[in-house]
Design a protein around this ligand. Structure first.
Ligand SMILES: Cc1cc2nc3c(=O)[nH]c(=O)nc-3n(C[C@H](O)[C@H](O)[C@H](O)COP(=O)(O)O)c2cc1C
Length: 244
């Protein structure tokens, strides 16, 4: 048994190509409100959303991170991990404030991600489409400046939204039993990786651009992480500076 909601979720595919049609502002507000209805850590709602619609700002972000979805989107929503409001709340009660560290980073990132996914799903339910653009973190310092982000905030990812001009096929996920375990974790052997590389190759067909799924995993996790995010987090007082 399924229903309209589950069908919609199972049909998700990122959209990176948009028509020129705008999303009416009251519709966008409704989509974001649906997003903001997501669960959040202790209801702190530790994120903000910058709604970028002007060609000028989209172009500035695109110049840094040239992905066509940024320019083509009706709305490029930048989700910002945010403890700036928290600072104001804390100061009502104490002069101590500890915004730094990994736990806080996870709190803000998870909250923002849940809101973004809900927003995207709401958009998809009305026939809009979108894609999350995480690579903006490679230029997080410049993007923070463009968006005027204050201390205790950092840009997590963008969400490009608009009317699709091209739909992608639904991408096959890893097999259920390689991701979902009964009762306790089961370490997988590399056969499942090879099999999934093949599944992805079959899916990509002629669009295949030469790298396997595991190649892309290796490119990401087989190299030192890029440092722009850490530098921005330090600049925004969300990570401690190196001890001398
Ligand atoms: C945190 C995050 C960051 C992402 N960053 C990008 C990005 O910078 N550019 C892009 O084209 N897609 C990006 N994506 C979209 C993924 O590539 C996409 O969701 C994934 O390949 C699965 O495809 P699907 O969404 O069509 O099912 C991102 C997705 C997530 C969750």
């Amino acid at each position: 048994m399924t229903n309209e909601t589950i069908d919609l979720m199972l049909k998700h595919a990122s959209v990176r190509n948009f028509t020129d049609e705008k999303i009416p502002s009251e519709t966008l507000k409704m989509l974001i409100d649906a997003g903001r209805a997501a669960s959040s850590w202790k209801n702190f709602q530790s994120y903000s959303i910058i709604n970028v619609t002007s060609d000028e700002t989209k172009q500035k972000i695109f110049d840094l991170q040239p992905q066509k979805s940024i320019l083509g989107a009706a709305n490029f929503l930048v989700f910002v991990g945010d403890l700036n409001r928290a600072e104001k709340a804390v100061k009502l009660h104490t002069t101590d404030f500890y915004p730094t560290g990994v736990e806080n980073l996870l709190i803000t990132s998870v909250d923002a991600s849940l809101a973004a996914q809900n927003t995207l799903l709401a958009a998809e339910s009305l026939g809009y489409g979108g894609v999350i653009v995480g690579l903006v973190r490679e230029q997080s310092a410049e993007i923070s400046q463009i968006l005027n982000l204050p201390d205790y905030t950092y840009p997590l990812f963008g969400l490009a939204l608009g009317v699709p001009s091209r739909h992608n096929d639904v991408k096959p996920r890893l097999p259920y039993e390689t991701v979902v375990f009964d009762e306790s974790y089961q370490v997988q052997d590399d056969e499942i990786i090879k099999t999934y590389d093949q599944v992805q190759q079959d899916y990509a067909g002629e669009r295949r651009v030469g790298s396997d799924w595991s190649d892309r995993v290796a490119a990401q996790f087989g190299a030192e992480p890029q440092t722009a995010t850490l530098a921005t987090l330090r600049d925004k007082k969300l990570m401690r500076q190196h001890r001398k």
